[in-house]
Design a protein around this ligand. Structure first.
Ligand SMILES: Cc1cc2nc3c(=O)[nH]c(=O)nc-3n(C[C@H](O)[C@H](O)[C@H](O)COP(=O)(O)OP(=O)(O)OC[C@H]3O[C@@H](n4cnc5c(N)ncnc54)[C@H](O)[C@@H]3O)c2cc1C
Length: 415
C-alpha cells in the first residue's frame, strides 16, 4: 500500500495533523499502539491557553507570543467555522477564573492587556464571583480561555477519520525497513488478532506518539535522546464539589490549576495540577493527597472538603529536549530524512504543530482538496477489515484506588 504519510500516535497532535493532511488530499493513515489520546491528551486538563500563564512576570515571553492566537483557532473549530470541525467536542467551560490567595489587591486585569495578549483577564466585583471563589481574599478575574473535554475531542476526530485509523501491536506487530538511518522505506504490520499483514510504503513518516516518540525514533535509526520527559503527579478529588475551572496564582507562580468535570456516576471530579503536581513528583500518593488537602483549603477558603474522595495519577509530558530540561516555548518538529518527529508542548498548540508538520511535507496534489466537509474525505478502501483503536477513557474512570482521609479509609472502585 503506497501512502503519502504514516502518522504514529493518535493524541491531539496526530489527530489534528491527520485531519489537515487528509483534507488537502494526501493519502494518510494513523497507527495507534494503545488507546487514542492515552498518555497526555486524555490526561490533560483541557484548557485552551492564550498565554496568560506565561506572562505572569509582566513580559510577553516567547511562549506567550506563540500561543496567543490559539484560543481563537479553537473557538472557530469548536463552533464549526473552520476545519477541523469540532462541533461534537464537549466544551466544559467557556472561561477560566484566575485568583490570588493573598489578600493583596493586584492588577490582574492589566496583565494580559499590557503585553498584547488576545485573551486578557477581566476583574470581577464581589457579586460577580462564582460561589467557590466568594471567600477568596485577593483579586478574582475571568479569563476567556475555554476548557474542553479532551476525551470527547479525541472521539470527535476519531469518528470523522475512522477509516484511516489502524490499531497496531507496537511490541510484536510492526517491522520497519530503513534505506538508511532516518529514511523509512517500508512498514510491515501484522494484524493484532489475526494472521494477515499489510506492507505500507510511505513517502513520509510522522511521529506524534508523545512519550512513545523515543522508542519510535530508535526504530527509525534516529537518536531517542532528542526528547525529554517532564513528570507530573496530578491529584483528583470527587464528590459534591462546586464547579471550578482556573488557576490560583501567587506572584508569577501557578499554585494550583483546577478543572472540573462529571464522572460516569454523576459526581463532580476535579483534576488538580499546577505547582502542586510539579512538586508532587517526589511525593508518594498519600503524602501528596495530604498536601493537596492543605493547599486547596488555603486557596479556596470557602469550600468544605470533608467527606470527599481523593486519588492521584502520574503522567509524563513529552517534549523536545531543551537545555536544563526546561519547558520548550513552542510546538516543535524535527525533520530528519523522511521522518518528522513532532511534540506540541501544549494541547492548545496542536493546530500550530499540525501546520508546522504539514509544511515539511510537499502536498501530494498540485491542487489541494481542502475539503470542508467530512463526507468528502473518504476512508482508504484497503483498510476496511483492519481493527480500529478505541478512545482512552478519562483518568478518573481508570484510577481504581481512592482515599477518604477524614475516615482514614482507602476505597477501591470496582474494575
Ligand atoms: C497532566 C497534564 C495536563 C495538561 N494540561 C494541559 C492543558 O490544560 N492545556 C494544554 O494546552 N496542554 C496541557 N497539557 C499538555 C498536553 O496534554 C500535551 O502537550 C498534548 O496532549 C500532547 O499530545 P500528543 O498528541 O503529542 O501526545 P499524547 O497525547 O501523549 O498522545 C500520544 C499517542 O501516541 C500513542 N502511542 C504511543 N506509543 C506509540 C507507538 N509506538 N505507536 C503508535 N502509537 C503510539 C499513545 O497511545 C497516544 O495515543 C497537559 C499535559 C499533562 C500531562
Amino acid at each position: 500500500m503506497d501512502v503519502d504519510v504514516v502518522i504514529f500516535g493518535g493524541g491531539a497532535a496526530g489527530l489534528w495533523l491527520l485531519d489537515e493532511l487528509a483534507r488537502r488530499g494526501d493519502r494518510v493513515v494513523l497507527l495507534e499502539a494503545g488507546r487514542l489520546g492515552q498518555g497526555q491528551t486524555v490526561g490533560s486538563q483541557g484548557i485552551i491557553h492564550g498565554g496568560l500563564k506565561y506572562t505572569l512576570q509582566g513580559l510577553l515571553t516567547p511562549a506567550a507570543r506563540e500561543i496567543r492566537d490559539m484560543p481563537e483557532v479553537w473557538r472557530q473549530s469548536l463552533a464549526g467555522l473552520r476545519t477541523p470541525d469540532l462541533r461534537q467536542t464537549r466544551v466544559r467551560s467557556q472561561a477560566c477564573h484566575l485568583w490570588r490567595s493573598e489578600s493583596l489587591r493586584s492588577k490582574l486585569g492589566m496583565l494580559g492587556a499590557r503585553v498584547g495578549l488576545h485573551v486578557a483577564p477581566c476583574e470581577l466585583s464581589a457579586d460577580e464571583r462564582p460561589p467557590a471563589l466568594a471567600g477568596c481574599p485577593g483579586t478574582v478575574a475571568r479569563l476567556d480561555e475555554q476548557v474542553i473535554s479532551p476525551a470527547s475531542f479525541v472521539a470527535d476526530l476519531a469518528r470523522q477519520h475512522a477509516g484511516r485509523l489502524l490499531a497496531i501491536d507496537a511490541a510484536d506487530g510492526i517491522k520497519v525497513t530503513l534505506s538508511c538511518p532516518g529514511v523509512v522505506a517500508r512498514i510491515a504490520l501484522s494484524h493484532p488478532h489475526g494472521t494477515t499483514s499489510i506492507a505500507i510504503v510511505p513517502r513520509h513518516v510522522v511521529l506524534t506518539a508523545g512519550a512513545g516518540n523515543g522508542p519510535l525514533r530508535s526504530l527509525c535509526g534516529l537518536s531517542p535522546a532528542r526528547m525529554q520527559l517532564r513528570p507530573l503527579h496530578m491529584v483528583l478529588v470527587r464528590g459534591d464539589l462546586p464547579v471550578v475551572n482556573g488557576h490560583c496564582v501567587d506572584g508569577a507562580r501557578t499554585r494550583v490549576t483546577i478543572t472540573a468535570d462529571r464522572d460516569s456516576q454523576g459526581r463532580t471530579v476535579w483534576q488538580v495540577g499546577g505547582q502542586l503536581a510539579e512538586d508532587g513528583v517526589a511525593c508518594d500518593e498519600r503524602t501528596l493527597v495530604r498536601r493537596a488537602q492543605a493547599e486547596l483549603a488555603a486557596v479556596l477558603p470557602g469550600v468544605d472538603f470533608a467527606g470527599h474522595e481523593w486519588a492521584t495519577y502520574r503522567v509524563d509530558r513529552a517534549e523536545l529536549a531543551s537545555p536544563r530540561a526546561s519547558r520548550p516555548d513552542t510546538a516543535t518538529v524535527a525533520h530528519e530524512g523522511n521522518v518528522i518527529t513532532a511534540w506540541p508542548t501544549k494541547l492548545a498548540l496542536a493546530p500550530q504543530l499540525a501546520r508546522m508538520a504539514a509544511e515539511c511535507i510537499a502536498p501530494a496534489r498540485a491542487v489541494p482538496l481542502i475539503s470542508d466537509s467530512p463526507v468528502q474525505i473518504a476512508p482508504l478502501p484497503e483498510l476496511c477489515d483492519w481493527p480500529r483503536p478505541e478512545v482512552a477513557m478519562p483518568v478518573w474512570e481508570t484510577v481504581r484506588e481512592w482515599q477518604r482521609l477524614d475516615a482514614g479509609a482507602r476505597i477501591r472502585d470496582a474494575a
